[in-house]
Design a protein around this ligand. Structure first.
Ligand code: CO
Length: 506
């Protein structure tokens, strides 16, 4: 059992298999919006792969040549890949938020960004300007006949799923007020006795301050609200993601402090005012889905978590109820300094994300943790039917070399039962984004069949300054098709898959 994130194993003759110039070119703004049947395809798209992959991420990295300080400040651009009968239709469109429309019309940066983008003119031009631009750039989900572009600090934007046209901010039938946070990390509950076996879309929103209010929402398949509750926790809670089980929502409250003054005085972006406390404790917040039950807060050693893999409840061999959570832990918060240029990131100095398993004793309050993999990683994915249950396989973005931090260039399949791993790499000139597991139709998701399906991953291919959507057969983790787009898509954040095809090809 490893109790603290370990240093990476010593790199023996590690050769950088990527060039910084290649990696940097993936951060060029994509000004074009297009739609077409993709004809440049290597291999064969599986005929039984049917549905739409939506992806979101910053499509602009600058306005009129003025660069954003960090890619997370870029405007959301949605990509849709619709698969029908072995063919694929591609479309990309920007989310037309008021901020995007105003800045594109002005040809310059008008808003400050959470991650440090400042309006031109120095602190005087930025002080006391606390207006944030809702950039809708982090997640995208189709549920209850709504397609929503998500950004955690405010309400979602609704899009037309056929044209990707922006319909406007969506307050979910009056559930959200104007500007109210609604996270970019919903989880789809595959159904359990608690939900009568029905699927639910579960999401949260955090109002953080001296104490933080976490609102939790569950929606029925038709989009109507199933239940809602709010819990308050002491201190500033930076909560990007969560996990759920049949009975719990689980958050990790990272040991960070927030000092808003440099933001107010125009010196820093709000996201740059977070300070990691390495001596602090990470709080594990266990919130019962039953609003009548009290929540528990357990402590574990200091670490920083953006993303979780999954969670499940179990009874230990000694008969004790436990909650198990797998998360990607950083030894400290990868801060975004005002003077630093993200394009010049020295990867070897950046703390690596590593996959850890936390086991919480539900009656006794202690938490233990062990490393499942020390290879630098991000963006875990699993079979959607295994959300909230013990899953056998994860598919995770990793570095090409297991021993050095670097951009994500490979995909790791991890067998949690045997510890076996398989990797597929796009190195040296390919850079991956979040891999997404899509089950084969009628896959039973049990035992041997849990990896029946495909892993879809959008790759920036520097060799041709274009993006390729790669389809891997998940059992062998081998490439079966490569869909070569006519343009590049800047490195994105999160996506989702739906069986709907929205009339494409009819
Ligand atoms: Co995220």
């Amino acid at each position: 059992m490893i109790s603290t994130p370990s240093p990476l194993p010593a790199a023996a003759n590690t050769v950088d298999r990527f060039s910084r110039e290649d990696w940097q070119r993936g951060y060029q703004t994509q000004p074009q919006e297009t739609s077409y049947w993709v004809e440049d395809i290597q291999g064969e798209i599986p005929a039984s792969l049917r549905g739409t992959l939506f992806r979101n991420g910053p499509g602009t990295l600058d306005v009129g040549g003025q660069r954003f300080h960090h890619p997370f400040d870029g405007d959301g651009m949605i990509c849709a890949f619709t698969f029908i009968d072995g063919k694929v239709f591609f479309r990309n469109r920007y989310v037309r938020t008021p901020g995007f429309i105003a800045e594109q019309a002005a040809g310059k940066i008008l808003y400050r960004g959470v991650f440090g983008t400042q309006r031109p003119g120095g602190p005087l031009a930025n002080a006391f300007d606390l207006k944030l631009k809702n950039i809708a750039n982090t997640g995208v989900h189709y549920w209850g006949e709504r397609l929503l572009a998500l950004w955690e600090a405010a309400e979602p934007f609704r899009l037309d799923p056929v044209s990707l046209d922006t319909l406007g901010p969506d307050h979910l039938d009056g559930l959200l007020s104007e500007g109210q946070p609604f996270s970019a990390h919903p989880r789809i509950d595959p159904g359990s006795p608690r939900t009568g076996g029905q699927r639910r879309f579960v999401n949260f929103g955090v109002k953080a301050g001296l104490s933080s209010a976490i609102a939790l929402y569950e929606f029925h398949e038709d989009g109507s609200l199933a239940q809602e509750q709010t819990r308050t926790v002491p201190g500033f809670a930076f909560l990007h993601d969560f996990v759920l089980t049949e009975n719990y929502y689980c958050f990790f409250q990272n040991p960070v402090k927030f000092n808003p003054l440099p933001f107010v005085f125009g010196l820093k972006g709000a996201g740059q005012c977070l300070a990691f406390d390495p001596k602090g404790k990470t709080q594990m917040l266990l919130i019962p889905r039953d609003p009548a039950q009290p929540m528990q807060t357990l402590e574990t050693d200091s670490c920083f978590v953006f993303h979780h893999g999954n969670a499940f409840e179990r009874v230990s061999d000694q008969g004790r109820p436990q909650l198990v959570v797998d998360s990607i832990c950083y030894p400290s918060f990868p801060s975004v300094e005002p003077g630093a240029d993200f394009m010049e990131t020295n990867f070897e100095e950046v703390p690596p994300g590593q996959l850890f398993r936390f086991t919480a004793e539900l009656e006794g309050g202690s938490v233990s943790r062990e490393a499942l993999s020390l290879r630098p990683c991000e963006f875990p994915s699993l079979h959607p039917a295994k959300v909230g249950q013990a899953a056998r396989y994860y598919y995770i973005g990793v570095t090409d070399s297991p021993a050095a931090n670097a951009p994500l260039q490979a995909i790791l399949k991890q067998d949690l039962e045997t510890g076996a791993t398989q990797t597929w790499s796009a190195a040296p000139r390919g850079f991956i984004s979040e891999p997404l597991f899509v089950p084969a139709p009628n896959s039973k998701a049990d035992g041997e069949a849990e990896d029946e399906g495909w892993v879809l991953c959008l790759i920036y291919n520097a060799a041709r300054h274009g993006s390729d959507l790669v389809i891997l057969q998940a059992q062998s983790l081998t490439e079966v098709a490569r869909i070569r787009l006519q343009q590049h898509i800047p490195y994105g954040l999160h996506g989702s898959f739906t069986a709907a095809t929205f009339g494409v090809g009819d």
